[in-house]
Write a protein that binds this ligand. Structure first.
Ligand SMILES: [Zn+2]
Length: 275
């Protein structure tokens, strides 16, 4: 599933290529329902100019010149691709935006867990308010993260996946950040100390920034590609995710499912803190 670095990569490429372009025509597949309705979606978007493309948590927002935003959430199998005459066809296409420079943006979604919606300016504000602190925002402090973590009674791994605690983090980057911060994923949130969150926020920023530099992660399912069809390469730089041996101590890496999500940790480098 695309997490913050993949969504950020997509938004940056779309912003560079779509800002200032007009949407000439919108096509929506008959088996797909855009929100709030296909009819409203088409009416709100057709003939409008795209001002900018931004990321909010794991959502991609295209701001139009009428103040409306097009929201895409890719969930498990969603893809946004920029096509020109030279490119072949993509399967599972649900929405096509035809642009005035001859290109088109396609939204495809094999399993249809993703989302395409139009939002009013007020709904856009409400969306942003639903998410916790943005890790790459310089104004986000360890203290903020500490308070958010403390408000949840669970383990730290689950807490980091909660979008109210911190925005945009998913399974891979939470796993790698906990390893860099030397925190065991099963540690109860009640046992996390302020100095742990300071290390943790640094680690989160480090893995996210590194992954953005490598264009995100593309796993063996090849699901994630950027809008030009290019795979990310952060998977070649995983800190502990998917590894058998710890890159620091060479000990055997533990694998377990925490709330159904595959989690890797080194029991030697990430010992359980017990109160
Ligand atoms: Zn180790």
């Amino acid at each position: 599933m695309p997490e913050l670095p993949e969504t950020q990569t997509i938004a940056a490429i779309l912003n560079k290529n779509l800002a200032g372009k007009n949407v000439l025509q919108v096509q929506i597949s008959k088996d797909y329902k855009a929100l709030p309705s296909t009819e409203i979606f088409i009416k709100a978007v057709t003939g409008k100019k795209i001002k900018s493309v931004k990321r909010v948590a794991k959502n991609i927002l295209l701001e139009l010149n009428n103040g409306v935003r097009i929201l895409f959430h890719l969930a498990m199998t969603g893809r946004l691709l920029l096509w020109n005459e030279k490119v072949g066809s993509e399967k599972w296409v649900k929405i096509i935006l035809h642009l005035d420079n001859g290109t088109k943006l396609t939204f495809s979604d094999m399993r249809m867990f993703g989302k395409a919606a139009v939002l009013s300016p007020k709904q856009t504000e409400e969306l942003a308010a639903r998410y916790g602190p943005e890790p790459l925002d310089k104004n986000t402090t360890p203290q903020q993260l500490f308070e958010k973590i403390k408000s949840k009674r669970t383990n730290i791994k689950n807490a980091l996946l909660d979008q109210v605690v911190i925005s945009g983090l998913g399974n891979i980057y939470a796993t790698d950040a906990l390893f860099l911060a030397k925190i065991n994923p099963l540690t109860k949130t009640s046992e996390i100390a302020p100095e742990d969150t300071s290390r943790l926020l640094d680690a989160i920023r480090e893995v996210l920034e590194e992954s953005i530099k490598f264009g995100g992660s593309t796993l063996s399912d090849k699901m994630y590609v950027d809008p030009f069809g290019k795979e990310g390469t952060y998977q070649e730089h995983f800190k502990i995710y998917s590894k058998k041996n710890c890159p620091v101590c060479d000990g055997k890496v533990n694998f377990m499912k925490i709330s159904g999500r595959g989690t890797y940790f080194c029991p030697a480098c990430q010992p359980i803190i017990s109160a």
